[in-house]
Write a protein that binds this ligand. Structure first.
Ligand code: SF4
Ligand code: SF4
Length: 200
């Protein structure tokens, strides 16, 4: 049956790192271990990681894991070592059906759009591109064609970078601090006015 609309079909999910445009793991890492590479990927430098685990909870996709022996974080590297020498990631190279494609992101987005249109023509009207451009993640560098609810593939419908909420709460704290300072000044001024009143 494969993906033919009238037959039962297989669904495959991938828990690979999405190499987010705004990466929660990178934002949360206090040591600078997680960096954006020149190829657009998000890379954990194992020699800098201290094993704190902040990135594990900051990833909206549950991608990062920690080494059981030394606690250091690890995930897909987007085959940084291969890309450095002009090779494509091993998964894209090895996939026999070319289900995994690698290339310039805008070319791939266009290709994905054509593929979705083709699937719609073939009766699979629920096919969509999973690439959360309209959330604080602002899109991913590894995106997927899915059918129906993305949660079936363990993909959150609206992933968010957790530090977005931190920034909001910092802004609220700053406003609260400003108000507190204002309140203190008023208190001092009123107190001063009372003293002035007594002195006269
Ligand atoms: S999917 Fe998770 S681990 Fe990968 S870049 Fe995004 S936040 Fe980081
Ligand atoms: S576990 Fe390592 S990579 Fe993750 S946040 Fe801590 S130092 Fe950074």
């Amino acid at each position: 049956g494969g993906n033919a609309g009238e037959h039962n079909s297989w669904s495959f999910s991938s828990d690979v790192c999405k190499h987010c445009e705004q990466a929660g793991c990178l934002e949360a890492c206090p040591t600078g271990s997680i960096v954006r590479t020149e190829f657009g990927g998000v890379f954990i430098q194992p020699d800098v990681c201290n094993g704190c685990g902040y990135c594990v909870t900051a990833c909206p996709f549950g991608v990062v894991e920690r080494n059981e022996k030394d606690g250091r974080a690890f995930k897909c590297t987007f085959c940084y070592d291969r890309q450095k020498v002009g090779l494509q990631p091993a998964c894209a190279k090895a996939c026999p059906t070319e289900s995994i494609k690698f290339g310039e992101i805008e070319d791939l987005r266009r290709e994905a759009q054509s593929r979705v249109e083709e699937l719609h023509r073939r009766g699979m009207g629920d096919a969509t591109i999973y690439d959360p451009l309209d959330t604080s993640v602002e899109g991913t560098h590894a995106f997927f064609i899915v059918r129906g609810d993305p949660r079936t593939y363990n993909l959150p419908p609206a992933p968010e970078v957790p530090t977005v909420y931190l920034k909001k709460s910092w802004r609220s704290s700053a406003i609260a601090a400003g108000l507190l300072l204002g309140g203190t000044l008023v208190a001092f001024l009123s107190d001063g006015a009372r003293h002035d009143g007594r002195a006269r």
